[in-house]
Structure formats: structure tokens, C-alpha cells
Design a protein around this ligand. Structure first.
Ligand code: FMN
Length: 349
């Protein structure tokens, strides 16, 4: 029986992949711990990075954690190992959201595409206008199938329903601007000026993009400048491709599954050459979230709107260093003790 070594650099690879996941305002609301005895990565909520005004229930935080867990699964599988994922394993530790245990060598026949690992680092939110080229039905089908594998609905509504969803999102965006506490919270996470001062957290202004001069696609104005005249605008694609991610229930496990489905769909889209961005504003107002649901829909709880298309890549948004996500307050370049420990994975276990 051969044994493969899970060393510091491999663990760092796993952490970098996990933390490349999207999170609302790029708060990166996660903390990781590796248990070398059980070969388990624990993903906990960093509740101090929650968003009390925009996300009082922590639903968006769970989505981000689910997305990070999916990246971790893909990274473990790309190393030839099999990940076993469990959600909310300990009622006494509600902050322990996900565990990913490495149980041995992966057998062939995984249902994932093999190019998802590369897509982890190529995926960025692109808040720029997309071209008029529409994804084919085969492409849309593959993206939807990725979410379904995770137990979550992903649908692509027709033009009339898409316009309705975007109008509800426009109303949510209007309310966000009018709400002083939410505006301040959003502005605090924009890097530079008076906003977020941590270089590795928050959203750089360069990634924000213009507003749609047709006023059809209500991209989030993170700076909440209130006066549309102050914001740069450009013509966006006239017939946007919008999808709805939704679940039958609205429990914490549904949110964590949604995060995994979100990331699976985004990575498949990236592997297929598409760009993406998210429209979450209507999810932040319970009455608007309820009316997002269409009467014909087979699901009750809308969790996210995704926008897909072809166009510019969108700039990268930085992440915290892997060792910070693992250890907390460790000095720069000082790998935490967890990273220095070496564990052996016995292949085929
Ligand atoms: C739950 C959640 C909600 C989000 N909401 C929005 C949104 O409404 N508008 C937007 O442009 N991006 C949204 N994002 C994307 C984040 O801003 C983005 O992931 C983060 O800034 C990191 O950048 P990246 O996606 O380019 O890696 C959301 C992400 C998550 C996980």
C-alpha cells in the first residue's frame, strides 16, 4: 500500500482553493482548521464578519461557506483523493458549518467535469456589459445540471419572467440606497477611501463596473452613492441571461447546499467560457424575496439570481492568505502550526 503525504504546501493549496469562493462584499466569513488525525478540514463561520443589516439571518454567510466547501471538494478530488462532506455535524457547535474528510483515493467515475479545479482561479464576478451572444441550450442545460447534482433547482426563465425578476431587484436596489444602515454597511466593505482598510478583505473599487444605461440590469451599487448621475454608465446586453437558484426548504442545510450548487454552476459556466455575476439584492428584503417566486415554480425559496454571458473577464478581487484563513492571528509569512504538521494519507483507505 503506497502512502501519499499531505504536507504544508498541499494544505495551502486546499486552503487557497477554498478561499477563492465568492462571498457577499468579499467578507470571506470563514475559518478553517485541519485535524491531521481524522484528515478532516473543518469550516467554521467567522461570525464577526457577518453583515447584521443586509444578512441578519446569516443566509448569505452560509451560501459563501457552501461555495468554499465545494471548492475544497474539487481541490481534494483534483489531488486524486475522495472527499466526504458533512453539514452541521455538531449541534453544540453551530458555527461548525461543514466538514470535508479525506477518506482515501478517489475512484474513477466522479460526476464532476475534470476542468473545474482550473476554473476555481479563473472565475471572477464580471460586473461589465456582456456581448449579445447568447449561450446555447446545451450550455444552459449543463449549468442547470451542475446545481441539480447538489440538490438545488436552477432554472432559466423566459424574457418576460426575467424582466419581472429584474424589476423586483431594481426595487431592492432602490430600498438598499434609501436605507442608511445598509448603505453604510455596504460602503464599509469597499476598499480604499473611507471604506475597508484591510487589503485582503472587501471589494476593490476597480471591480465594481458601470451601471446599465438602459436601466434594465440593476447591478449593485456597492458605494451606495444614491445619485445615479454620479455613477458611470454603459449599455449592457439587451436580453440578459438570468437564472434562478432555489430550494424547497429554507433551513441552514439548504443554504449550505445552495452555496455548493452556486459554486458548481459558476465553475461549470467558467469552464464553458462564460462570465458571471450575481444579483442578490432582492433576497435581502423578505417581502421582495417572496414575490420573486413565480406561481408556476416547483420551489418555494429563491436563493440567488445569476447573470451569465460572454464578455470581459472582470478584474480579480484579492483573498486573505491561506494561513490566515487557517490560523487566525498569525504573523505574516509565519505558517501556523497546523500548516507545519505533516499528515499521511494512506491511499485506498
Ligand atoms: C451570498 C452572496 C451575495 C452576493 N451578492 C452580490 C450582489 O448582489 N452583486 C454583486 O455584484 N456581487 C455579489 N456577490 C459577489 C461578491 O461580491 C464577490 O463574490 C466578491 O466580491 C468576491 O469577488 P469574486 O466573485 O470576483 O471572486 C455575492 C456573493 C455571495 C456569495
Amino acid at each position: 500500500m503506497r502512502s501519499a503525504v499531505l504536507d504544508a504546501s498541499t494544505l495551502e493549496t486546499l486552503m487557497s482553493a477554498a478561499t477563492a469562493a465568492p462571498s457577499m462584499y468579499n467578507t470571506q466569513p470563514w475559518r478553517f482548521r485541519f485535524d491531521p488525525d481524522t484528515l478532516t478540514v473543518e469550516l467554521r463561520a467567522a461570525v464577526e464578519r457577518g453583515l447584521p443589516y443586509a444578512d441578519p439571518q446569516g443566509r448569505a454567510l452560509h451560501l459563501a461557506a457552501g461555495a468554499a466547501a465545494f471548492n475544497l471538494r474539487v481541490a481534494v478530488a483534483s489531488l486524486g483523493w475522495k472527499p466526504v462532506t458533512r453539514l452541521l455535524v455538531s449541534p453544540e457547535h453551530p458555527d461548525l458549518l461543514v466538514t470535508v474528510r479525506i477518506v482515501g483515493r478517489a475512484r474513477s467515475g466522479s460526476h464532476h467535469r475534470t476542468d473545474l479545479y482550473d476554473a476555481i482561479y479563473r472565475r471572477h464576478s464580471s460586473r461589465l456589459p456582456f456581448s449579445d451572444r447568447r449561450p446555447t441550450l446545451a450550455v444552459l442545460h449543463e449549468i442547470a445540471a451542475a446545481a441539480h447534482v447538489e440538490g438545488v433547482f436552477l432554472t432559466f426563465p423566459g424574457p418576460r419572467e426575467t424582466s419581472r425578476l429584474l424589476r423586483v431587484t431594481t426595487e431592492a436596489e432602490r430600498r438598499n440606497h434609501a436605507d442608511a444602515e445598509r448603505s453604510n454597511e455596504s460602503r464599509r466593505w469597499v476598499r480604499g477611501k473611507a471604506g475597508c482598510e484591510d487589503d485582503d478583505l472587501g471589494i476593490p473599487e476597480a471591480t465594481l463596473g458601470p451601471q446599465d444605461s438602459f436601466e434594465r440590469i440593476p447591478l449593485r451599487d456597492f458605494t451606495a452613492r444614491r445619485h445615479v448621475d454620479e455613477l458611470p454608465s454603459q449599455a449592457f446586453e439587451p436580453s440578459p441571461t438570468i437564472s434562478v437558484l432555489a430550494t424547497g426548504h429554507d433551513r441552514r442545510t439548504d443554504w449550505l447546499r445552495t452555496g455548493q450548487a452556486l459554486q458548481h454552476a459558476l465553475l461549470v459556466a467558467t469552464a464553458l467560457g462564460l462570465r458571471s455575476s450575481l444579483l442578490h439584492q432582492a433576497m435581502e428584503w423578505p417581502d421582495l424575496r417572496r414575490i420573486l417566486r413565480s406561481s408556476q415554480a416547483p420551489f418555494d425559496h429563491v436563493q440567488m439570481l445569476l447573470r451569465f454571458g460572454y464578455g470581459p473577464e472582470g478584474p480579480m478581487t484579492p483573498r486573505q492568505r491561506a494561513e490566515l484563513a487557517l490560523g487566525g492571528d498569525v504573523a505574516p509569512f509565519d505558517l501556523s502550526p497546523q500548516l507545519r504538521r505533516v499528515a499521511h494519507v494512506v491511499e485506498g483507505r
